[in-house]
Design a protein around this ligand. Structure first.
Ligand SMILES: CC(C)(COP(=O)(O)OP(=O)(O)OC[C@H]1O[C@@H](n2cnc3c(N)ncnc32)[C@H](O)[C@@H]1OP(=O)(O)O)[C@@H](O)C(=O)NCCC(=O)NCCS
Length: 158
């Protein structure tokens, strides 16, 4: 079983450490390590941003296993999702469950499609999104990196 909760001010370092894991940076469009100063500024804004969702997941032992972020903007019809599973908890099938739960929470409040940008080399990520019912829209270069664009439609558009 996994449980979700909305990120709060005490999660700043947890998310900072996840975001700076080498393979997380390697699978992101901006490859540089994130400074604590920039992260803190970004994080403080994100946890009060009602157009976005920052969700932490925990296992039965209340250990944090990962996070899903869905970034929305009032003026945009689509939101953008990303996921990190803690290295210790990879390969247990958590990612698919986390994506499904976070999308349901987000879409219960926002009538928007959710887009994922995935490097085509990131097989684990593609498989997770695919199993969570994201559909492939196209394959194209984004910031010079061949990527899959996948979509999770709002129930209202289906
Ligand atoms: C991508 C990520 C979230 C997947 O998390 P996870 O909990 O390990 O994923 P799961 O255990 O649910 O596995 C997902 C699927 O990918 C498969 N998979 C895992 N590693 C794989 C690999 N190296 N190559 C191919 N398939 C792989 C699994 O077998 C599973 O498919 P299956 O259920 O059909 O067997 C995790 O690897 C991660 O946090 N990576 C770093 C950050 C990142 O890349 N985020 C995504 C950016 S778009």
């Amino acid at each position: 079983m996994i449980k979700e909760r909305i990120a709060n001010i005490n999660d700043c370092m947890l998310i900072y450490n996840w975001a700076n894991q080498p393979d997380v940076r390697a699978n992101s469009y901006s490859k540089n390590q994130i400074t604590l100063e920039n992260h803190t500024k970004w994080f403080n804004g994100k946890i009060v941003d009602t157009e976005s969702l920052l969700c932490i997941f925990e296992n039965d032992d209340n250990e944090p296993i990962g996070m899903v972020r869905i970034d929305g903007k009032k003026e945009m019809n689509e939101a953008i999702i990303s996921i990190i599973v803690d290295l210790k908890h990879r390969g247990k099938g958590y990612a698919t469950l986390m994506l499904q739960k976070a999308c349901n929470i987000y879409q219960s409040e926002h009538n928007k499609n959710i887009l994922a940008y995935i490097f085509i080399t990131n097989k684990a990520s593609y498989n997770s999104f695919n199993k969570a019912n994201f559909k492939l829209v196209e394959e194209k270069e984004v910031n010079g990196i061949l990527s899959y664009i996948m979509i999770y439609q709002t129930k209202k558009n289906e």
